[in-house]
Design a protein around this ligand. Sequence first.
Ligand code: NAG
Ligand code: NAG
Ligand code: NAG
Length: 395
Amino acid sequence: MRLRWLKLLCVVAGLAVSAVFYGHYYTSLVTSGSSLQAGQGPYAFFRRLDDIFHTPNIQTQQERGGDKKAEVTLTKLTTETKVHPSPACPTSLRLRVQNDIYFRKRFNFDVPLLMWDSANTGDTRTKLSQRPVPYGWKDIPDEDVVSTLMLLNDSANHGLFDWQTPKGCISCAVVGNGGILNGSRKGKEIDQHDYVFRLNGAVIKGFEEDVGIKTSFYGFTVNTMKNSLIAYYDLGFTDTPKGQGIRYIFIPSDLRDYVMLRSSILGVTVPSGVDKGDKPSAYYGPEATPRKFKLLHPDFLLYTRDSFLKSEILKSQYAHLYMPSTGGLMLLTALHSCDQVDAYGFITDNFMNFSDHYYERQKTPLEFYANHDMLMEKRLWSKLNDRGIMKLYQR
Ligand SMILES: *[C@@H]1O[C@H](CO)[C@@H](O)[C@H](O)[C@H]1NC(C)=O
Ligand SMILES: *[C@@H]1O[C@H](CO)[C@@H](O)[C@H](O)[C@H]1NC(C)=O
Ligand SMILES: *[C@@H]1O[C@H](CO)[C@@H](O)[C@H](O)[C@H]1NC(C)=O
């Protein structure tokens, strides 16, 4: 209870700060675990959002109407899609997507996943500088973007898998932090994947049997990472995942992400802004090198929103806050990179049976925030599972 009040206070403070310093600029609002839910308990808000905005059968309608068009898209996809770096995988997710009448219209493997120095060409730059955050650079000083991107000059910045990739099919586990993992004993299975993605408040110590110990990628916005360290510190999230071989995936949502990323590669204390005085080594370890960092492409963020999670929230007063959740973005990143994806700790139909996170000491209901559409994400994960594109851990 006390934690909740604390969080709420943080939010109110965050709102005030952002109102003063950012105007409509959405940053700090999404921060602080913004408990924008109202009424009695967290469900009141989500019910409101869902009841008012959702048209439950929208997907089925599109599905039915689209058969003819889909065939055309398929031919286009087969000719246009680049050969996967791992042709030795006959069961690749990409092939399954191409054969799926619903998802082949939504996946576009040609959208650039990552941003790096030379990807910032004239056209891209012009387009992005006109688009507001979180999908563009309109509200970010040009020099901050340029000085950050020019540091991403290693070939490792061009692709997710800069290690030697395994032969055959590349398997990925994406580990959300949902309460469903408590007591799951999925740790061994998770660690057997070639790559393991984690995000935000990814507590490992004490939960090794349930969530595993391997981490290949840790994804976050500076905002969500720091909020997780504050909100879940007492529950065991005292440190971000660190160690040889871990790659950090920055989700660019505002200026803070660019400034933190630049400082991390330069190995300097953050010189200005909200995170002024922070030592990046405290979050990403002592070695300062571009190789450790991946920056998601703003076009990828926009595409994931519009193609998979175009929520009705975008028609509401919260439109400017809306973004797929960090977990959602990590899962979509894996779905666009791996041959086999298994999702653990993501929202399922019976989410009410589980705590918000796997590491709470007492069952705490899942919190719904105005900036995400968890019910829409729930339907998407379920559909991806049911149509055999990925496997969603459910119980
Ligand atoms: C990347 O840029 C840094 C700083 O400008 C430079 O020292 C380094 O050699 C460059 N690396 C590559 C691979 O070009
Ligand atoms: C899950 O929740 C449903 C309804 O909320 C309840 O009927 C059921 O007993 C629960 N199952 C478990 C295992 O808690
Ligand atoms: C986690 O699982 C244990 C064992 O099943 C249970 O006793 C505990 O209440 C669960 N924790 C939460 C927060 O649900």
